[in-house]
Ligand binder design. Structure first.
Ligand SMILES: NC(=O)CC[C@H](N)C(=O)O
Length: 360
């Protein structure tokens, strides 16, 4: 079915719809990954967003049972140049189009994704809507201008009830702001005994579980929408080691008095070089974020900048000066993307063991 993508700024792109027959609006962002569309579609941090894939052929290895990063995708839609409807891979179970139909998601193909990406890079990310070909463009633009982004995205994707992922090793409480399964996978591989808890848990409730460490997950939306989480982090600092990823990283920043701001077009892809300032080493990282910690605002806080992005020199890592707490803006769990930064999970384990030895 003929569809079109309309941006809040007025540009229109004509294409062919795939997936469910529905109109869908969201923040239009771009991702430069050449593979990994299944992980990306199911990454809860994309809640409320329509993702434009810059790689020109999407769907060519289908959808398999292993690569989901959550059970129910929270993404709003997908924009591709060419959609492959005949995937070829030994793991393929269904096509991308079939997945989108099953999950009631809408996508559009046949789009000049290079032009769209240039617009997003030049003017910054904007709202957009995938609509039927006969929709009135002025009406859609007015509607987009009049709608605000929801502020409860974390609540939408976080688990409602706590659950366990048992192991025989260190006890980790994973605060789920919209966690990718990759984080659980990495901790599990290191034998951690994981309790996944909802985003609105308090520090007192966590401390009653007597954990060896706290993992603050990735998640969607503006980090400033989570004041309760900042209270929780402040209540845990110094009492138990903390490791934060992406939204978890931004929340540590805010909890310690730094500020966050929205990047013009964000970092989304699997090839972002990050410099570790302490080791003077570069990792190629997997990224998906639209906000960043303001480096100026770190002055006067107890946080030290440990990593920066080499593309735009923005903050990518933090460490607390006094307490056992560190975090990164990128994704050491990869899923999808390079695994260069995997060692950070080992460092988290080391930190938990060190803390245990000091405190027992
Ligand atoms: N992947 C994430 O955790 C993203 C964090 C935050 N929602 C951002 O866009 O910056």
């Amino acid at each position: 079915m003929k569809k079109k993508l309309i941006l809040e700024s007025g540009e229109v792109f004509h294409g062919e719809g795939f997936g469910a027959e529905l109109e869908t609006a969201g923040e239009v962002v771009f991702n430069t990954g050449m593979t990994g569309y299944q992980e990306l579609i199911s990454d809860p941090s994309y809640c409320g967003q329509i993702v434009c894939m810059t790689y020109p052929l999407i769907g060519n290895y289908g959808i398999n049972r292993d690569d989901y990063e959550s059970i129910e995708p929270a993404i709003k839609g997908l924009i591709v140049k060419e959609l492959c409807d005949l995937p070829s891979n030994f793991r393929t179970q269904i096509t991308l189009d079939e997945l989108f139909k099953k999950k009631n998601l809408s996508g559009i193909s046949g789009i000049d994704t290079r032009r769209l990406t240039r617009i997003l890079r030049n003017s910054g990310v904007v709202k957009g809507k995938i609509v039927n070909a006969d929709a009135d463009e002025n009406e859609v633009v007015a509607e987009l201008k009049g709608t605000d982004f929801p502020t409860n995205q974390v609540e939408t994707v976080s688990t409602k009830t706590a659950y366990a992922n048992p192991g025989r090793g260190l006890k980790v409480v994973l605060v789920d702001f919209g966690s990718k399964l990759g984080i659980i996978r990495e901790l599990s591989q290191r034998n951690c005994d994981i309790t996944v808890v909802s985003h609105d848990i308090t520090a007192e409730e966590i401390l009653l579980m007597n954990p060896d460490g706290i993992m603050l997950s990735n998640g969607p939306g503006d980090p400033e929408d989570n004041p309760q989480a900042l209270e929780m982090i402040r209540g845990l600092l110094g009492k138990v080691p903390i490791f934060g990823i992406c939204l978890g990283h931004q929340l540590i920043g805010l909890a310690c008095g730094a500020k966050t701001f929205k990047l013009k077009f964000g970092h989304r892809g699997g090839n972002h070089p990050v410099l570790d300032l302490e080791k003077n080493k570069v990792s190629i990282t997997s990224q998906n974020h639209g906000y960043a910690v303001d480096q100026e605002s770190l002055k006067g806080t107890d946080l030290i900048e440990t990593h920066i992005a080499l593309n735009d020199r923005t903050n990518e890592g933090l460490k607390h000066k006094i307490h056992p707490c560190f975090s990164v803006q990128y994704h050491p769990e990869a899923s999808p993307g390079p695994e260069d930064a995997n060692y950070l999970f080992d460092e988290f384990l080391d930190l938990m063991y060190q803390f245990k030895n000091v405190t027992v």
